[in-house]
Design a protein around this ligand. Structure first.
Ligand SMILES: [Zn+2]
Length: 360
């Protein structure tokens, strides 16, 4: 079977990129841009976002994201396109996933503009669709990666630090899930087997996180961008984005998806749950204690959850933890990419062990 690596057409990162969107739009379209923007981002950056379109006399319309990347939300935007020939998604992961889904169904190009480095979703040819209530619904595989991903580091450095650390949690899983997929010779989200290039990016991703993660957190707490922040933005978004998509997902993300059945942790961000899922995967694999402790210490330094208490599920009880474990082993999820069989009982045991290690 084929080996496949895929990536966005262009990845652009720098200070002030948000003020150049009309230039980038012009490379892709002529009839008008359909912007889907987070409400808070529109309130904060409306003039910066629309400024370049007005200066360059480019037709554009701004639409506020409804809050959940659901089938209903995607349909609403699709029905309002009104001749626009490029979709531009500006905001958090769910806004971007909605914009990608709209561009996929309407068969028009997309520019993805994350306002935080909080997940590795932006670069991928994948949207994660949730129910209107916020539970995982299904993965929507798209036919191509975004035409452009534009990261304005000035905007990202001003986002809450918790978004950056959650992005680090999401990116932390990349290398461990890639290693599992390499061992099991899994077929990745890209639709083929793993390339050497994708594995190299996943390794680099982990190295950059461990080297620069804590330094970047300190900078963003002050609202400033440094070289460490730039490196982490690239690791969270590009390295982890190409990495997870072309080197595969395994237990860490399956456990994240399992945790979404517990309303107690709905307040936790994707990457925060994935960070704990990574610890659980390491326990499932019975990795050396020293290696697990290194990752626990790293997560603690960033304020990422390492225990049930951190996740808000310390009062949940075994029966409902088992529901999460069952959900993580669902047939359409990625637990099957582990190099050995994993039963829900194994997941529960690993979750409880990871919790104890994290508390120790
Ligand atoms: Zn993720």
């Amino acid at each position: 079977m084929s080996k496949i690596i895929c990536s966005p057409g262009s990845y652009i990162q720098g200070n002030g990129e948000m003020g150049r969107l009309a230039e980038y739009y012009r490379l892709l379209g002529t009839k008008g841009a359909y912007l889907i923007v987070d409400r808070f981002i529109d309130q904060t950056y409306h003039d910066l976002i629309t400024g370049s379109f007005e200066r360059e006399h480019v037709l554009h319309s701004v639409h506020i994201f409804g809050g959940e990347c659901s089938v209903q939300e995607i349909e609403t935007h699709r029905s309002q396109l009104d001749g626009a020939d490029v979709v531009i998604g500006i905001g958090g992961g769910k806004t971007l996933d909605t914009a990608k889904a709209v561009s996929f169904y309407a068969r028009i190009p997309i520019i993805v503009v994350p306002t935080a480095a909080s997940t590795d979703a932006p670069c991928s040819r994948l949207s994660v669709v949730y129910t209107p209530e916020g539970e995982f619904d299904f993965y929507l595989p798209l036919t191509s990666n975004p035409n452009m991903v534009v990261m304005d580091t000035q905007v990202i450095a001003k986002a809450p630090v918790r978004f950056l650390t959650a992005g680090i949690g999401d990116a932390l899983a990349t290398y461990y899930e890639a290693s599992a997929c390499l061992q099991s010779d899994a077929v990745t989200m890209a639709g083929g087997h793993i390339t050497r290039a994708a594995i190299a990016l996943a390794k680099l991703c982990r190295d950059v996180l461990l080297e620069d993660g804590f330094k970047a957190k300190l900078a963003v707490e002050q609202g400033v961008s440094t070289k460490a922040v730039e490196n982490i933005v690239e690791a969270n978004t590009y390295l982890s984005g190409i990495g997870f998509e072309s080197s595969g997902l395994a237990a860490a993300h399956a456990i994240h998806n399992g945790l979404t059945v517990l309303p107690e942790c709905h307040g936790k961000l994707h990457g925060e749950k994935v960070a704990f899922g990574t610890l659980v995967q390491m326990v499932l694999e019975n990795r050396p204690l020293e290696e697990i402790r290194q990752i626990i210490d790293f997560c603690r330094s960033l304020g990422l959850p390492v225990s049930f208490q951190d996740l808000g599920i310390d009062q949940v009880g075994d029966e409902r933890l088992m529901e999460a474990a069952n959900a993580s082993c669902a047939k359409n999820d990625t637990m099957g990419n582990m190099p050995f069989a994993v039963e829900p009982e194994d997941v529960l045991a690993a979750m409880k062990t990871a919790d104890r290690l994290g508390r120790a």
